[in-house]
Design a protein around this ligand. Structure first.
Ligand code: ZN
Length: 1227
């Protein structure tokens, strides 16, 4: 890989100062002896070296000197620390962590960082530390923690010099975690950044295209791939991979014309891909599949043969060859090919299925059953239930099988034994090595094994050639019409889909073995049991690991390993199950990047990180179990550095023992929880040392708005005085006067946990009888009391004589029948549960498809759904009379065993009623509500934003049929919400108090869901287990539900009904605090905040008199922060000679957001010259502007407020006494 242009010296100059001073100063403080060992020059060179150089230092070739220096430094530091008995400054550990990271000694880096973390309370201010930590976690596939660390870096230092690298890696990790929205956002953020990073922009674009493909957005994917091909100077490897993806996608999907057309497209693409990279075994394999599917058998065999010649033997290829033989009616050849496939990959479900089918077609049901059992046992088996049924059928019916064409000379066990197991190969190696010292029995064994080995080799090598030959003859005799009984097709299909994405995963995506992926897999498999390319991912991810379990590398790795290789060979040969079991339990230490990247070395070198260097030799006791445990999982991690792909050290026996039992999950668990948290911990680890991972989240409690007394607030003059002469370099947004805020964290579960009998609390409810009740002030106080997460105001519509009929479907149709309705197509789930589409297990994810229709059409659907249900009800009633009690119980039982398949329903959602002309009557009716619940009122923060935020300070309508679900969420920026059920049916609500959102966030993360962005439906059992209280109630027509600030809730329709809803921001300290906290959390998570809190805070200062000291302090504090930021930025720009152009504001001008990263941009807007000229004013934040144009030459800076005005507003905003409580200046 090429250097990204940052030389060590320049980097040292660029990053040096602080660290340099620190390291130098520290070193001089240490003992004479040690300072002798590092020269001044060395110390100076080291001073500039930290995690930011990772991926940009060459340790081989000409960088050997750097490596020596780093090694020496590590040695010195270590002995120093030892001498001081660990009592050294915490920065020492941080630096040691950096050096080890740069040396790619991850376990030691982790250990050192961990020490720094435990010693340094404000570690979060240290962006290079967080970055280094993130890289180490990333290396270990501990994505959960890597994501956290990286997000922290960007939060504390948005202009961090490796922001691009971070976005790239976040993109990759979110892709693996199936959080595609976040993934896309980060890839795009990486793409706009012109700084160097470890992937080229062509590669990042490839990932974006592949992201579309993964989401089955094939047309977008095709477009993106084709666009990439237009790119000038597209590297050959990227080109080859793009063409390969295009080819395979055309083969699998109906993107163009009829079958013949799409196959011809596919073949053309694959041929072009092979022109760009003739050595891609994968492309040859795909080409073979294409030829096979259009009946060009000979070409298919040639391609498969090429594939096997070009790359390591692949189970997929052998399986396909088997299919081809089977289609040519050559069962013996098919048999051998399948055997090869399962030999290479014991978990290859498709091959086992095909083999089973083959045995079935040859009337050997017993053998077929064995194969199906093996298939079913495979983790990658997606249709276990069908298989189980088949197995049962065969078991029952096998007596009636008659003779016929038979493979009876080769029952499963026997044929299987033709191939050598890893154990036997190992044994063979040992015997060979000791050839001269064998006893007669051993000599005999050796002979046997040797001949078996030769046989195996012959079979392998001659297979294809022979196949070609034979197939020609069998082609002459015409194709075999007889299809196997059972799903060769489907098996073939699995393979097809799997390998499609597999390829790209191997080469351009993340490692496959990580736990997050596995979670994703299980999700995906449940979602796509019967269709679609996603399945591919399932196979991909795991088949890779098993692919690596290939015989050849295993043997070579195991020479010299003297584990119980002398097991009874005969015994083994006679027991398929034994063999399989061995195979499965044998550690997959065969993982080797060379295997994966064989046909794509250059590109994969970029992506595949570490080879087997630094493997657990256990020099570092603390992290021993961890790095050993996780190491093999990480072979394919994204390019940690260019040098990484070069290393080829072999893992120690010790590490290989452990790898089989552990998983990355262990890294993801906190502290002592290591052994339990995810159930896959380190129980079997030999090290008893508990690993204390730097658990960033457990330390700092979030304090975005520190509780400070009013007197601390300096006047604006003082602030500005302090600001002068700061940040002249113009790059830092760091606070000096005001301390940096630590990154926000979700709250931990409230302590002590609630007793189980308190987990279903009664819902706070108020019954209204008349209008006076509704306007009674304590009602407002009750609703906004933080102790009441939710309030149901019963009978509100009746008490106020609201005409809810105005929102009935009939009236809506009459008023605006063509109005747009967003439709969510959902599965009709049972009661309060959420099952995967196959109904096999309860899950949190509840994604739905989005489309659009009109009110008229939805109304029609709603009505017909109602009628259909009436009809069904009647039918059921008559049926019920005919049925005996017994039968009804048995059907209930079967229902419990297995849910689904589920009916789909449509939910009409987010219907925008903001247009005052269109919805005049409706909106007017709502002004009858008491002020605190109105859409617009002086006491509603959202009325002070000054512009429309759709659905928040405007009304939205929901049209429902039974089962329509609003997934779990908190409102935008934690605002309160008002929801009125129009009826005629009921809704059921589930509500969790705000302080438990951290627990729900954890559940989402565990389920690979984005708490803020994904759709999820909590599993009530999980919540009960975690002692999370859930309020549950029915909202009847005319009831108003008040959701308090930050309350988590999810809703389902019981009957047919419409609802209306909007948000409200009561003027309370609690509301403001939660809104600001969520604003910061959104920033951390790269999610847009719909409420522009900075803009709003200034409007509040202008318009509202505040008497609550707590609320006042918070607002004042925020204003101060902004004021300081504006001043600092302004002065930095001026100092850098950048002109600031006065732009001002129009009255209703909305708040601005960065068009790239979506953070709110206040006062100083960075607008491209072009868009300034065109007056389109596309706004950027400073950081995004600098990413595309380092010294801002492509941007103009527009200013919207005079500093004097802001200062005046700040100074005039004062706490008022209680008498003025309700004085609101209303604009
Ligand atoms: Zn931005």
């Amino acid at each position: 890989m090429k250097s990204c242009g940052v030389s060590l010296t320049t980097a040292a100059v660029a990053f040096g100062d602080e660290a340099k001073k620190m390291a130098a100063g520290k070193a001089s403080r240490e003992s004479e002896e040690e300072s002798l060992s590092l020269t001044v020059e060395e110390r100076e060179a080291l001073g500039g070296m930290d995690s930011r150089l990772f991926g940009f230092v060459r340790l081989h070739e000409d960088g050997a000197r750097t490596k020596t220096l780093l090694g020496k430094a590590v040695h010195c530091y270590e002995s120093l620390i030892l001498k001081a008995e660990g009592k050294v400054d915490s920065d020492f550990f941080c630096q040691l962590g950096h050096f080890n990271l740069l040396l790619e000694d991850y376990s030691k880096a982790l250990s050192a960082y961990q020490r720094y973390y435990s010693l340094q309370a404000d570690y979060w201010k240290n962006a290079s530390f967080l970055y280094g930590l993130g890289l180490v976690y990333f290396y270990y596939n501990a994505f959960h923690w890597a994501i956290k660390a990286f997000q922290d870096v960007l939060y504390v230092d948005p202009s961090f010099c490796r922001a691009k690298e971070i976005h790239l890696r976040l993109g990759l990790m979110f892709k693996v975690n199936t959080d595609y929205k976040s993934s896309l956002k980060h890839f795009q953020l990486a793409l706009i950044d012109c700084n160097p990073c470890t992937l080229s922009s062509a590669e990042i674009q490839f990932h974006i295209a592949h992201l579309y493909e993964t989401q089955r957005k094939y047309h977008s994917a095709k477009e993106a791939y084709e666009q990439l091909l237009q790119m000038e100077n597209l590297p050959a490897q990227v080109k080859a991979t793009v063409l390969q993806q295009l080819g395979w996608m055309h083969h699998n999907m109906d993107l163009v014309g009829d079958n013949a057309t799409k196959e011809s497209f596919a073949i053309q693409y694959l041929q072009k891909s092979l022109e760009a990279d003739p050595n891609s075994g994968q492309s040859w394999y795909f080409l073979g599949r294409c030829y096979s599917s259009i009946g060009k058998v000979q070409d298919a065999f040639i391609s498969y043969r090429q594939s096997i010649d070009k790359s390591e033997a692949s189970a997929d290829t052998w399986c396909s060859i088997g299919v081809l033989y089977q289609q040519q009616n050559q069962p013996m050849d098919a048999l051998q090919a399948y055997i090869c496939a399962v030999q290479l990959d014991h978990g290859h479900a498709a091959a086992w299925m095909d083999l089973g089918t083959l045995y079935e077609s040859c009337n050997q049901p017993q053998d077929a059953i064995k194969c199906y059992l093996n298939a079913a046992r495979s983790k990658r088996c997606s249709n276990t239930s069908t298989l189980a049924a088949r197995i049962k059928f065969l078991q029952n019916g096998s007596d009636s099988w008659n003779g016929g064409q038979s493979l009876s000379h080769h029952p499963v066990q026997q044929v299987y034994s033709l191939c050598l197991t890893p154990q036997k190969l190992q044994h063979l190696e040992q015997l060979r090595a000791n050839r001269d010292n064998l006893n007669p029995a051993q000599k005999h064994q050796l002979e046997q094994l040797e001949s078996q080995f030769v046989l195996m080799q012959q079979m392998r090598h001659k297979e294809v050639a022979r196949g070609l030959h034979k197939s020609q003859s069998s082609c002459l005799s015409g194709p075999n019409e007889e299809q196997p009984l059972f799903s060769t097709g489907s098996a073939q299909y699995h393979q097809a889909t799997s390998t499609g994405i597999k390829k790209s995963n191997e080469h351009l995506t993340l490692p496959s073995n990580s736990v997050p992926q596995r979670d994703a897999d299980s999700h995906l498999s449940s979602h796509t049991a019967t269709s679609g390319g996603q399945q591919g991912i399932i196979f991909t991810k795991e088949s890779k690991s098993s692919k690596n379990r290939s015989l050849v590398p295993e043997t070579s790795r195991h020479t010299g390993d003297t584990s119980n290789g002398c097991a009874d060979v005969k015994g083994l040969t006679n027991h398929v199950h034994q063999l399989i079991a061995d195979a499965v339990s044998s550690p997959n230490h065969g993982d080797s990047p060379d295997l994966l990247i064989a046909d794509n070395p250059q590109l994969s070198a970029l992506l595949i990180g570490k080879a087997n260097d630094n493997v657990g030799t256990g020099t570092c006791d603390k992290v021993n179990s961890i790095h050993v445990a996780v190491h093999t999982k990480t072979d394919h991690s994204v390019a940690s550095s260019p040098s990484s792909a070069i290393s080829t050290a072999t893992p120690s026996p010790k590490s290989t023992e452990q790898t089989s039992i552990n998983s990355v999950t262990s890294l993801n668990s906190p502290h002592g929880g290591l052994h339990t948290v995810n159930g896959e911990g380190l129980e079997n680890s030999q090290s008893s040392t508990k690993v204390d991972l730097p658990l960033v989240s457990h330390r700092s409690t979030s304090q975005i708005i520190p509780s400070m007394s009013v007197s601390i607030c300096p006047s604006s003059t003082e602030v500005l005085k302090a600001c002068r002469n700061l940040g002249k370099n113009g790059l830092s947004s760091s606070c000096i006067l005001l301390d940096k805020c630590p990154p926000p964290r979700p709250p931990t579960s409230p302590y002590p946990p609630l007793p189980k009998d308190k987990l279903n609390p009664p819902t706070p409810s108020i019954y209204l009888e008349n209008k006076r009740d509704a306007f009674f002030p304590p009602l407002h106080q009750f609703c906004t009391n933080p102790k009441n997460p939710v309030t149901v105001i019963r009978g509100l519509a009746g008490a106020l004589k609201l005409d809810l009929g105005l929102f009935s479907t009939k009236t809506l149709v009459e008023a605006n029948n063509e109005h747009i309705v967003e439709v969510r197509t959902q599965l009709l789930q049972p009661a309060d549960e959420n099952w995967d589409p196959t109904g096999t297990k309860k899950i949190w994810r509840c994604e739905s498809n989005r489309s659009h229709t009109t009110i008229a059409k939805y109304a029609q659907y709603q009505a017909s759904s109602f009628q259909e249900s009436l009809r069904e009800e009647n039918e059921k009633r008559t049926q019920h009379k005919d049925h005996s009690d017994n039968e009804s119980t048995s059907s209930e039982n079967s229902g419990r065993r297995r849910k689904g398949p589920f009916k789909t329903i449509k939910f009409g959602t987010n219907i925008d009623l903001s247009d005052n002309k269109k919805w005049k009557l409706q909106l007017h009716e709502l002004t009858k509500l008491p002020a605190f619940a109105r859409v617009v009122s002086a006491g509603n923060l959202l009325s002070h934003v000054g512009h429309t935020i759709l659905g928040m300070n405007t009304v939205q309508l929901y049209m429902k049929v039974p089962g329509s679900r609003t997934p779990g969420h908190q409102e935008n920026n934690n605002f309160c919400s008002v929801n009125i059920n129009i009826g005629p049916g009921d809704c059921e609500w589930f509500v969790v108090p705000e302080d438990y959102w951290g627990v729900l966030n954890d559940f989402c993360e565990k389920n690979n869901l984005n708490f803020l962005m994904s759709s999820w439906w909590p599993n009530l059992e999980d919540l009960y287990e975690a002692n999370v209280p859930v309020y549950r109630f029915i909202q009847r027509p005319g009831d108003l539900v008040w959701i308090n600030a930050g309350t988590v809730h999810w809703v389902q329709a019981v009957g047919w009904c419409n609802n209306i809803a909007w948000n409200v921001g009561p003027l309370t300290a609690c509301q403001y605090k939660l809104a600001v906290e969520r604003y910061e959390w959104n920033k951390l998570k790269s999610v847009k905040s719909p409420v522009p809190m900075v803009h709003l805070s200034w409007n509040m200062a202008r318009n509202i008199k505040v008497s609550d000291p707590k609320l006042f302090e918070m607002i004042k504090y925020c204003l101060l922060k902004i004021l300081k930021q504006c001043q600092t930025l302004r002065e930095a720009l001026v100092a850098a000679g950048k002109e600031i152009i006065w732009h001002g504001r129009t009255n209703d001008e909305p708040a601005h957001y960065c068009s790239i990263c979506e953070v709110e941009v206040f006062n100083l807007l960075f607008v491209t010259n072009e868009s300034n000229t065109q007056k389109t004013y596309i706004v950027h934040c400073q950081d995004c502007a600098r990413k595309t144009s380092r010294s801002l030459e492509n941007f103009v800076v527009l200013e919207q407020y005079k500093m004097e005005d802001l200062i005046q507003v700040y100074d005039q905003f004062t706490l008022v006494s209680d008498q003025h409580v309700s004085t609101l200046r209303w604009v």
